[in-house]
Design a protein around this ligand. Sequence first.
Ligand code: UT7
Length: 320
Amino acid sequence: MTGRIIGTGSFLAKTRVTNDDLSKIMDTSDEWIYSRTGIKERPIAKEETTTYLATMAAKAALADAKVTPEELDLIIVATVTNDFVTPACACAVQAELGAMQAQAFDINAACAGFMYSLHTVYAYMQAGLAKRALIIGAETLSRIMDWTDRSTCVLFGDGAGAVVVEASETGILACDQGADGVRGKNLTCMNRTNNNPLVQTDTRLQYVKMDGQAVFKFAVSEVPGSIKKILEETNTKPEDVKYYLLHQANLRILQIVAKHLGISMDRFPTTMDHTGNISAASIPILLDEVCKKGMLNRGDKIVLSGFGGGFTWGSCLMEW
Ligand code: UT7
């Protein structure tokens, strides 16, 4: 037994902020951002919460799958920007949907969070522990950005993507995931410093801090190997895969991965021009856009792959 995606949905924060908008409030330019990353604009939340974005994406995925909330037995939300320390975003979404038969928990694996969640659902379904699962990647990253740090704040956006996975004979064929906590110090957000009366709190630590080049090098060194591993495990040639749906951090990372695999860029669909990097939400948003454009047919093989804070990474080969 494995798991098959039977529905997708996504929901972006309503307000779009373009590169030109950013260049009016900081020392940056459309030319710099677009040529270095492939990003043109990003959705930024005003009143939308992570729970709201997650719930809206979930409702769209459930409608697409023709599954009712009561039929779900598992809800996982991948996020680093839950509205609360507790309860988990998955519990808040469960309440919003009325999915009272479902167990619910969050996974924090940053930009690889959706892949870690998919791997978890795969394991649940292989073990016969779940029949219908909802996985959501949801983020309001704009609230953990240092808006005086142009090297990070221009990259990220706010939104959510969701999939419904059903236990099935076909679907997910292989998964790989890994972590490297030693290199993880290059991308951090320490948002709960000790503020008891005995210590002083450094509030500057409350925002994302990233060594972009270290993350870039990590991504291009780990992702091709992770994808090759699942292809080899399943005797699949890179050209047998119709689309490679990768985390939308930087177009240049995708170009390097494509080159490593010997695959042309037209098999690497993108959303980053209008979404920016939405961390755990980026892969399910991309998958939803690909589905809504009618680009996938039953039996197509696709690879999903994510990488980011932790460091963490994860890849999955599936038959549609
Ligand atoms: O989701 C996973 C997490 N994140 C990632 O995957 C990010 C991976 N890394 C990257 O995408 C790239 O490293 C960045 C897009 C973050 C940066 O691109 P880069 O080509 O590595 O640029 P850089 O950091 O080497 O900076 C080059 C120059 C610097 O100026 P000097 O020192 O050469 O004078 C920066 O100060 O660009 C400057 N710079 C900017 N200029 C205009 C940095 N940010 C900006 C900006 N606008 N927003």
